[in-house]
Design a protein around this ligand. Structure first.
Ligand code: 13P
Length: 256
């Protein structure tokens, strides 16, 4: 069966009371439903404890938006993987284009984080994606394959049961302009083919989410694409009713 992970990246949003309301509404919305897809919420660090407590015993899994690769030490302002593990974090988003752009994160750094996350038994959601300029210059796949080469350097095929890749075209993030079905289909086919060949994997065993202006309105079309295994959702994950609608759409696709 197609694997589907619907993850909400809350980015730098929500005060504790807002996080509590948001996640409580999501918990109520999925109660008593037998969902086959994985549902993940990624609040800011300051709300991990609140959300972790509320989702205990629910189907919702916890994700973080970043981490550092050293387990502890003099790294002012950073958050380690053991700190995240303490709150039952299972997924950690790394390589998000906002971190690459505003905090100068490189593929080499993302690779170090990926290795540390996997060694700790957690699951990285590794984001890749091209800018509009790169797409217009016809460099999309050169960029994506290079990001994959560097971010996945020295990882092993056996790691892939714990790795999620998220294709997030930079130009589609927060712009309201999602990539077209054809663009997503092409990119996802190419990415799975590239990883499959490189690591000698069955393409169906690679989990590849799409992210970039996913809404309740476009999610049916996007999530129905064969090689799309869920979505990494920013803005639309901050409204419980929209996030719940997208989860329902994912479920209908899985069960059809
Ligand atoms: P939007 O859904 O707001 O476009 O953000 C996507 C994203 O960056 C998820 O990580």
């Amino acid at each position: 069966m197609k694997k589907m992970i619907i993850a909400g990246n809350w980015k730098m949003n929500t005060l504790p009371n807002e996080a509590e309301n948001l996640v409580s509404n999501i918990i109520s919305g999925i109660q008593n439903k037998d969902y086959k897809s994985e549902i993940v919420v990624c609040p800011p660090f300051t709300n991990l404890q609140t959300v972790s407590t509320l989702i205990y015993n629910s189907k919702i899994k916890l994700g973080a938006q970043n981490c550092f690769y050293e387990p502890k030490g003099a790294f002012t302002g950073e958050i380690s993987i053991p700190m995240l593990k303490f709150f039952d974090v299972e997924y950690i988003i790394i390589g998000h284009s906002e971190r690459r752009t505003y905090f100068s994160e490189t593929d080499e750094l993302i690779n170090k984080k990926a290795k540390a996350i996997l060694e700790s038994g957690l699951k990285p959601i590794i984001c890749i994606g091209e800018t509009l300029q790169e797409r217009e210059q016809g460099k999309t796949f050169e960029i994506l394959f290079n990001q994959l080469d560097l971010c996945l350097k020295d990882l092993k095929d056996k790691n892939f049961s714990n790795i999620v890749i998220a294709y997030e075209p930079v130009w589609a993030i927060g712009t309201g302009i999602s990539a077209t079905t054809e663009q997503i289909e092409e990119a996802h086919n190419e990415i799975k083919h590239y990883i499959g060949k490189k690591f000698n994997l069955n393409e169906d065993d690679i989990v590849l989410q799409y992210g970039g202006s996913v809404t309740a309105d476009n999610s049916e079309e996007i999530l129905s694409i064969k090689n799309v295994n869920g979505a990494l959702i920013g803005g639309a994950s901050l409204k419980s009713e929209i996030f719940l609608k997208i989860i329902d759409i994912a479920e209908n696709i899985l069960q059809s």
